[in-house]
Ligand binder design. Sequence first.
Ligand SMILES: O=C1O[C@H](COP(=O)(O)O)[C@@H](O)[C@H](O)[C@H]1O
Length: 232
Amino acid sequence: MASTLHSFASAADLAGSLADKVADTLSAAIAARGTASIAVSGGSTPKVFFQVLSTRDIAWDKVTITLVDERFVPADNPRSNHLLVDANLLQNKAQAARFLPLYQDVASVEEAARLATEKTKAISSPFDIVILGMGGDGHTASFFPGGSNLAKAIDASTPRGIITMEAEGAGEPRLTFTFSSLEDAALLVLHIEGEGKKDVLAKAEGSGDEAEMPIRAVLRRATSPVEIYWAP
Ligand SMILES: O=C1O[C@H](COP(=O)(O)O)[C@@H](O)[C@H](O)[C@H]1O
């Protein structure tokens, strides 16, 4: 499916425009079905966007928020994506939203993946909105180059849900929604910032293996159009 690049003069401009688009999409879903769902990414990029989105007028009590991926660490760990969402998105008007964490306080990451899959089943078939990020190595969600479960994670026939991932560049073991869970969101966004990420995107858009740059799975095979939001 085709992708469209939306370029902005600044991260603040991008955050405002993306927050408007997300607010409109969530409100339309609520008007149509009574509820709406959004899966967001962690990392350093989405912080300002989360802060702006948290102030938007949406029927937040009808919105369920979850994460595209998470580290297998509790929510008080500074590397937790849940912590980032708590501090920046689940604030202001968005405090009324329901948040479904991927991390589960159980003995193994495999058990956490099983439980998180059960708990998110009702909101992910498909998501109304998925906001992806991208690492400098071409990973998206926790689809890491060299990842222990990469082939399974990006195989379109792997069912919707959450699986585990371990990789050299990933730090802790990870929990990630599979490709099939993310690729058909009504609004599928790739949010990247900086010249370096633009170069990574250009490389990913060229030829080469998906295993080398897993973002290629999304750019090449997502059934929803990929809306790329970029600012310097
Ligand atoms: O590990 C992760 O990194 C990517 C990108 O992070 P950034 O710091 O370069 O913005 C993110 O999309 C993913 O959710 C996160 O777990």
